[in-house]
Ligand binder design. Structure first.
Ligand SMILES: Nc1ncnc2c1ncn2[C@@H]1O[C@H](COP(=O)(O)OP(=O)(O)OP(=O)(O)O)[C@@H](O)[C@H]1O
Length: 125
C-alpha cells in the first residue's frame, strides 16, 4: 500500500509495533533464530573480551544483523509458501530450499568474517 494513500494506513509507530510483533513471533517459533541470536551474543562477548577495534565492531554488527535479517526473510517466505499450499509442490520445495540456501550462504560468509576479525584481534593473522 502506498503510504498516505489511505487514512486507515497504520502510522509509522504502529507499523514499527507490527515489526516488533513479527520479530517476537519469529524468535518464539523458530529454533534457528534462537541459535543465531545466541551466536550473535557470543560474538559480542568475544568482541568485548578481545577489545576489538571500531571497524571490527562494525563488521560484527553487520554480520549479526544480516544473518538475522536473512533468517527472518526465510521464515516469512516459509509462511507464505505454507499459506499457498500444504501439498507437496516442486515449486514450494524450490522456494523453501533457495530461501534456506540464502541463509546458509550468508551464515558461512559471516563465519569467515568473524574468524578473520577474531584471529586478527588475537594476533594470529
Ligand atoms: N509444500 C512443500 N512442497 C514440497 N517440499 C516442501 C514443502 N514444504 C516443505 N518442503 C521441503 O521440506 C523442507 C523443510 O521445510 P520446512 O517448512 O519444514 O522448513 P524448515 O527446514 O523446517 O525450516 P526452518 O528449520 O527454518 O523452520 C523444505 O526446504 C523443502 O525442501
Amino acid at each position: 500500500m502506498i503510504p498516505g494513500s489511505n487514512k486507515d494506513h497504520p502510522s509509522f509507530i504502529r507499523s514499527f509495533g507490527y515489526a516488533i510483533e513479527g520479530f517476537v513471533t519469529a524468535v518464539k517459533t523458530e529454533r534457528n533464530i534462537k541459535v543465531m541470536l545466541a551466536m550473535g551474543v557470543c560474538a559480542v562477548i568475544c568482541g568485548l573480551v578481545l577489545q576489538i577495534d571500531l571497524l571490527s565492531w562494525c563488521l560484527v554488527a553487520l554480520c549479526v544483523g544480516l544473518v538475522l535479517f536473512a533468517e527472518l526473510v526465510n521464515t516469512a517466505i516459509e509462511a507464505v509458501v505454507d499459506l499457498a499450499t500444504q501439498e507437496f509442490q516442486p515449486l514450494a520445495k524450490r522456494a523453501k530450499d533457495i530461501a534456506a540456501a540464502s541463509v546458509y550462504t550468508l551464515s558461512i560468509t559471516a563465519a569467515i568474517v568473524g574468524i578473520i576479525v577474531f584471529a586478527r584481534a588475537l594476533g594470529l593473522v
